[in-house]
Design a binder for this molecule. Structure first.
Ligand code: ZN
Length: 233
C-alpha cells in the first residue's frame, strides 16, 4: 500500500491543496501528517479543517504545541513568536482544541511517525545530520521513523552509509516541508512510501507561493515570512 507522508504545512493552503491534489491524482488513499499544521502562514483554520475533513492522522508539531502552551514559545525567534501570536488569535477554539489533542508520536502501518525526533518527542530536538540521528535509532522499534521539523528532506540509516530506504535496516526519514521549504528549493516537498516493498521517494512540486506571499502581507504577518517562501529558505 502506498502512503503519502506530509509535514510542516505551516498554514500554507496553496501548498497543501497542491500536494493533496497530486496525491489524489495518484490514487493514494492514506496520508499521514507529521505536525506543524500551523504557524508562519496565513490560513491556519483552513489547513486544520482540510486535514480533519479528510481524516488525516497527525502528530503534534512544536508550533501546534505553542498555540496552546506558552512554555512552547520559549525558544521561538521573533518571527516565529510574532506568527504564533497571530495564529493564536486567528484560530477557532475548536481548531485549537484539535491541535491540543494531537499525540507526540504515532505507530501506524508498522512504522513510527513523529514531528522532530523519536528520542524525547516532546522536546522537539532537531535532526539535521547523521550525527544527530545516531542517538535516535534505539528510540523506536519499527524499521522506519518518519520525521519533519527541520524542513529539509533527508534519509539517515543506522549503518551510517545507506541513502536509499530498504528492508532490513533502520532508517530515519525526513520528508521535508509542504508549507515552508528551507533547503534552497522553493518547491513543496513530501514523501511517498510503499509499505510492502519499502520503496520511498521524495515528491517536489511547484505551487502558487506568490498568492501565499500576498496573503501573508494582507494578514499583517511579517513580510519576511512571505519572501522566504519564494526563495525556499
Ligand atoms: Zn515546522
Amino acid at each position: 500500500m502506498k502512503i503519502a507522508v506530509i509535514s510542516d504545512i505551516h498554514a500554507n493552503l496553496e501548498a497543501l491543496t497542491t500536494a493533496l491534489s497530486y496525491i489524489d491524482s495518484l490514487n493514494i488513499k492514506k496520508i499521514i501528517c507529521l505536525g506543524d499544521l500551523v504557524g508562519y502562514g496565513p490560513n491556519p483554520n483552513e489547513c486544520v479543517e482540510l486535514l480533519t475533513e479528510r481524516n488525516i492522522p497527525a502528530v503534534m508539531g512544536n508550533h501546534d504545541y505553542a498555540v496552546n502552551n506558552f512554555s512552547g514559545r520559549k525558544y521561538f525567534n521573533s518571527l516565529a513568536l510574532t506568527a504564533i501570536r497571530w495564529t493564536d488569535a486567528a484560530l477557532t477554539n475548536e481548531n485549537k482544541s484539535f491541535l491540543n489533542a494531537l499525540p507526540f508520536t504515532m505507530d501506524l502501518l508498522g512504522q513510527t511517525f513523529v514531528h522532530a525526533s523519536p528520542l524525547q518527542p516532546e522536546a522537539f530536538h532537531y535532526i539535521f545530520s547523521l550525527n544527530e540521528a545516531v542517538k535516535n535509532f534505539h528510540a523506536f522499534s519499527t524499521p522506519i521513523c518518519f520525521i519533519g521539523h527541520t524542513h529539509s528532506p533527508g534519509i539517515f540509516c543506522e549503518d551510517l552509509v545507506t541513502k536509499t530506504v530498504s528492508h532490513g535496516k533502520k532508517f530515519i526519514v525526513n520528508v521535508g516541508s509542504i508549507g515552508q521549504p528551507r533547503s534552497g528549493d522553493a518547491r513543496l516537498c513530501f514523501g511517498i512510501f510503499e509499505t510492502e516493498t519499502f520503496q520511498f521517494e521524495f515528491v517536489k512540486l511547484p505551487y502558487d507561493a506568490e498568492t501565499t506571499q500576498k496573503k501573508i502581507s494582507a494578514a499583517g504577518l511579517p513580510k519576511q515570512l512571505g519572501d522566504r517562501l519564494l526563495a525556499g529558505v
